[in-house]
Design a protein around this ligand. Sequence first.
Ligand code: ATP
Ligand code: MG
Length: 184
Amino acid sequence: MRIKRLDITGFKSFMERSVFTFDEGVTGIVGPNGCGKSNVVDAIRWVMGEQSAKNLRGRGMEDVIFNGSENKPPLSMAEVSLTFIVDETDQLSPQYQGFSEVTVTRRLFRNGDSEYLINKTQCRLLDITELFLGTGVGTKAYSIIEQGRVGLIVSSKPEDRRHLLEEAAGVTKYKARRKAAERK
Ligand code: ATP
Ligand code: MG
């Protein structure tokens, strides 16, 4: 699975719709301080289901909605879409098998309402989390390694490091399903 396109509207500093396309290999985001580089990474994390405002460098989740600038009024909704190219080796849930691309979308309105979509069809947050389990992609996965995280991994407790290895090996998905089955 790899990222093909990121589409941001009304999220943090991106008032106007901004589209980023990603080629194969490494992508670097460069620009002056405060131009929104970290906001791009926040958008990727958010659309994949991040629930902690703190992890998105905000106080509350509404902080991700564009809150106005000198001459632009605040917006009432943030929307981010992320499109992945699916590889044959990706073990997606049966309902998504056969798709060559998957797009996940998240919307948040100022009144607190939120929406999640997969390929433009409304779904639950759980469906998005499940979609990424075992793919190495996701809010807590190893696909986004930001500043400071490398050191954290090296010095982490053995249990935490094991979690990372289990996700890489594709075991997490089965563990999550077993947990869900045990609850039923
Ligand atoms: P640095 O190089 O210092 O790390 P950066 O390019 O990573 O900078 P970001 O942290 O992505 O910069 O962006 C910071 C900017 O985003 C600030 O100007 C901040 O005001 C703006 N910003 C954050 N949240 C919002 C919001 N909800 N509405 C409007 N602007 C926002
Ligand atoms: Mg930054």
